[in-house]
Write a protein that binds this ligand. Structure first.
Ligand code: ADP
Ligand code: MG
Length: 246
C-alpha cells in the first residue's frame, strides 16, 4: 500500500539515517497527542503527499527538507510538527522577559502575504493547545507589532518576513535564544529576493542547529538552497513530490 502510494503520488524520500519511518497515509495513523486529539483536520479527508511524507520525520524530531509545488499543503506540513513540538515540551515560566519576547518557534516567509496566510493557519492550531503566534512584516506599523509582542501571552511562535524580524532582533524586541523549531518557508524565493544575509542572521540568532529542529520548504532545489540546507540543518530527510527534475 505504501509503495503504491509513493509511486502514485511521485513521492521520493531520501533519509541519510535510514530510519524505518513510513508515510502517514491517513490522519488516523498519526500518533495521538494533545493537538491531534482536538481534530484539527476535520475539514480534510486525508493528508496531502508532502504532509504524508514529512510528518513522520518532523514529528520524530528530524530536520526535513520538503520540495513541492505551490498549493501542495506545505503550511500544515510544517505547522503540525511545529505546534506539536512546542505543546509537548515544558513551557518556560515566562516567554516574556521585560521588553523582549522570547519565541520558541520561528517561521520565516518571503512576503507579507505569505507570512499572514501562514500565521492564520498556524494560529488556529496553536490556539487548540493554548499557544500564541504573532506575525511580523514590513510595510506596517512597528509600534503595533511591538504591542503584540508585549501582550501577556507573549509570542510562542513568530511568523515573519526576514527584514522586519531582523529589525526587531537588533532592537532587542525579539530574542530567538529559546527557539526549538525553525522553519524556512519558500526558501528558493527568499534567496531570489536577496534575503540570504537576513536568513543567516536569523538562524544565527537561534540556538545551534544541533539544539533545535530545522525545516525547509521550497518549490525548487537550486544549488543556493542546497548550500543553505548544508549549513543550517543536521542530517535532513529530503522529501520530493512530483516528477520534475529538481
Ligand atoms: P503550499 O504552501 O504548498 O503552497 P498551502 O499549505 O498554502 O500550500 O495549502 C494550499 C491549500 O490546500 C490551502 O487552502 C489548504 O487549506 C489546503 N490543504 C492543506 N492540507 C490539506 C489536506 N490535507 N486536504 C485538503 N486540503 C488541504
Ligand atoms: Mg506555502
Amino acid at each position: 500500500e505504501i509503495a503504491a502510494f509513493l509511486e502514485k503520488q511521485e513521492v521520493r524520500i531520501i533519509d541519510p539515517s535510514n530510519s524505518n519511518l513510513r508515510p502517514v497515509i491517513q490522519f488516523s495513523q498519526l500518533p495521538s497527542s494533545t493537538l491531534l486529539s482536538k481534530k484539527p483536520f476535520a475539514s480534510f479527508t486525508s493528508p496531502t503527499p508532502i504532509q504524508s511524507a514529512s510528518w513522520p520525520f518532523a514529528l520524530s524530531g528530524r530536520d526535513v527538507i520538503g520540495i513541492a509545488e505551490t498549493g501542495s499543503g506545505k503550511t500544515l506540513a510544517f505547522s503540525v510538527p511545529c505546534v506539536e513540538a512546542l505543546a509537548s515540551s515544558a513551557k518556560p515560566k515566562s516567554s516574556k522577559n521585560g521588553r523582549t519576547a522570547h519565541a520558541r518557534a520561528v517561521i520565516v516567509s518571503p512576503t507579507r502575504e505569505l507570512a499572514m496566510q501562514t500565521h492564520a493557519a498556524i494560529s488556529s492550531l496553536a490556539q487548540l493547545v493554548g499557544l500564541s503566534a504573532v506575525c511580523l512584516y514590513g510595510g506596517a506599523s512597528k509600534d503595533d507589532q511591538r504591542a503584540l509582542l508585549r501582550k501577556n501571552s507573549g509570542a510562542d511562535i513568530i511568523v515573519a518576513t526576514p527584514g522586519r524580524l531582523k529589525d526587531f532582533l537588533s532592537e532587542g524586541a525579539v530574542s530567538l535564544e529559546s527557539v526549538m523549531f525553525a522553519v524556512l518557508d519558500e526558501a528558493d524565493r527568499m534567496l531570489d529576493k536577496g534575503f540570504e544575509d537576513d536568513i543567516k542572521l536569523i538562524l544565527g540568532s537561534c540556538p545551534p542547529r544541533e539544539k533545535r529542529q530545522t525545516l525547509m520548504f521550497t518549490a525548487t532545489w537550486p544549488n543556493s538552497v542546497r548550500v543553505l540546507a548544508e549549513s543550517f540543518m543536521v542530517d535532513p530527510v529530503k522529501v520530493t513530490i512530483g516528477n520534475r527534475t529538481r
